[in-house]
Design a protein around this ligand. Structure first.
Ligand code: ZN
Length: 148
């Protein structure tokens, strides 16, 4: 079990140091949403290009703690190329994971499973879900800027 925790810790550190899909394109093809988490100072913007009900491209930008930034990077990899309805299920699953509840599909969450340990640290839950919440809000048809 401890080696699993170590593996998960490495995933989080690795994505924080080498974030995937980082940097916004800021073109008309993208829908963009910015969310802030004042309790930690996290500030993340997610932009997605949706084509044929799939997430064709997704990028993130922002500043924050390692949990927040790493989570945005992992999310971008997990959801890219997926059907929108499936992405909504994945987001639900991630929320369940962070709350310490059962998830329906661990394999589909892939590297996002690394954030399961956050359930033991309620103060960090907002950090972990910020990017996911931004994406979920975009898929619900919103864009712009919001506080959580
Ligand atoms: Zn944070």
């Amino acid at each position: 079990m401890s080696s699993m925790n170590e593996l998960y810790r490495q995933v989080i550190v690795e994505h924080f140091k080498n974030p995937r899909n980082k940097g916004l394109k800021n073109t008309d093809e993208y829908t963009k949403l910015r969310l802030k988490n004042p309790s930690c100072g996290d500030d993340v913007t997610i932009e997605v290009k949706i084509k044929d009900h799939h997430i064709e491209e997704i990028h993130h930008e922002g500043t924050g703690c390692s949990i927040c930034c790493s989570s945005a990077s992992v999310m971008s990899e997990v959801v890219k190329g997926k059907d929108i309805e499936e992405v909504q299920e994945v987001i639900e699953d991630f929320y369940n994971l962070i709350k310490g509840e059962d998830v329906t599909d661990e394999e589909r969450l892939d590297e996002a499973m690394a954030f399961g340990g956050v359930a033991q640290f309620p103060a960090r839950m907002k950090c972990a879900i910020l990017a996911w919440k931004a994406l979920g809000t975009i898929l619900a048809g919103k864009s712009g800027e919001e506080d959580v």
